[in-house]
Design a binder for this molecule. Structure first.
Ligand code: HSE
Length: 298
């Protein structure tokens, strides 16, 4: 038996939801082919697109798949082909797409014995290989779709939030490397109370905006006063791109995960196209290489 799947890219943090909020992209992602084999265990038989390890224990898709079969003990094995389209280190959930994709595919081949939360738990083992920290804010949206809130890691509790129909994301990926590990190391350990109040008010109102299709409230909620002031310094032209996107009508703007990708959220595809053009213009006048992506959020 075999299955071919699409494993989507994701945007985590979404301004005010550091480590707890994320959303899923539409057609931007990897493909994987997973088939059963008589011999037990997991083998990675093909990787196209980017240079990643074939050793199962070093590959995020391999490690998450191992976690699942150790629990299920199917009595046979699986081989995995990975067609990587999301660049590792881009900030749009490349490792999460690999880690989530393998467990999703194996679960389908086994007749869906696990629910989405359990699949996220297996995938976290794979994600930990690449980022060396436990967070599920890319994995959960890749597995659940739409906007997702990770209520707690232990016990793992994930809330699938409603996603208003007209939301689009524009992502710009400057071709520089930012390691999640380093982008976490520069963050302060303590937050001034006043900033914490602003942040949790924003996150609460953002969740309310999603539930009530309130685009205007969404716009007023998409702000990050805790993390962005530190991490934005690692991203060239961050303030200029942000100003250009907001001036062009974006509802919000922020760093995608730990960067270097940055994202804007818009209402409608036409708005997304003009925001994309405004963001591109800033980078076009610099010498930086970059790519942009436009996607519906769902
Ligand atoms: N929430 C994580 C962070 C996502 O911002 O460090 C990165 O993978």
């Amino acid at each position: 038996k075999e299955i071919r799947i699409f494993s989507p890219g994701t945007v985590s943090n979404v301004a005010c939801g550091f480590d707890v909020l994320g959303f899923c992209l539409d057609h931007i992602g990897d493909e994987m082919l997973v088939r059963t084999t008589p011999q037990q265990g997991i083998s990675i038989t093909k990787i196209e697109g980017y240079d990643l390890p074939y050793e199962t224990e070093k590959n995020v898709a391999g490690v998450s798949a191992l976690a699942l079969i150790e629990d299920f003990q199917p009595g046979f094995g699986f081989e995995i082909e990975i067609y990587k389209r999301i660049k590792p280190g881009s900030g749009i959930g490349s490792s999460a797409a690999s880690a989530a994709g393998s467990v999703f595919a194996i679960n389908e081949l086994l007749g869906k014995p696990y629910n989405k939360t359990q699949l996220t738990a297996f995938a976290m083992k794979g994600e930990a290989v690449s980022s060396q920290s436990e967070h599920a804010d890319n994995l959960a949206p890749a597995i659940f779709g739409g906007f997702v809130l990770v209520k707690s890691l232990n016990p793992l509790e994930i809330l699938n939030l409603p996603t208003p129909e007209e939301l689009y994301a524009v992502i710009i990926h400057p071709q520089i490397e930012i390691k999640t590990l380093e982008a976490r190391a520069i963050l302060p350990k303590d937050i001034p109370l006043q900033k914490a109040i602003t942040q949790w008010a924003n996150l609460g109102s953002l969740v309310h905006a999603l539930h009530s299709d309130d685009y205007s409230l969404l716009q007023r909620s998409l702000q990050d006063v805790v993390i962005e002031p530190y991490r934005s310094q690692l991203i060239p032209h961050f303030d200029e791109v942000k100003t250009a996107a907001l001036k062009q009508g974006a509802l919000g703007f922020g760093i995608s995960g730990s960067g270097p990708s940055i994202f804007a959220i818009t209402k409608g595809e036409d708005s997304a196209r003009s925001v994309e053009a405004a963001m591109r213009k800033v980078y076009e006048s610099s010498s930086l290489q970059f790519e942009t992506y436009l996607s519906k959020i769902n």
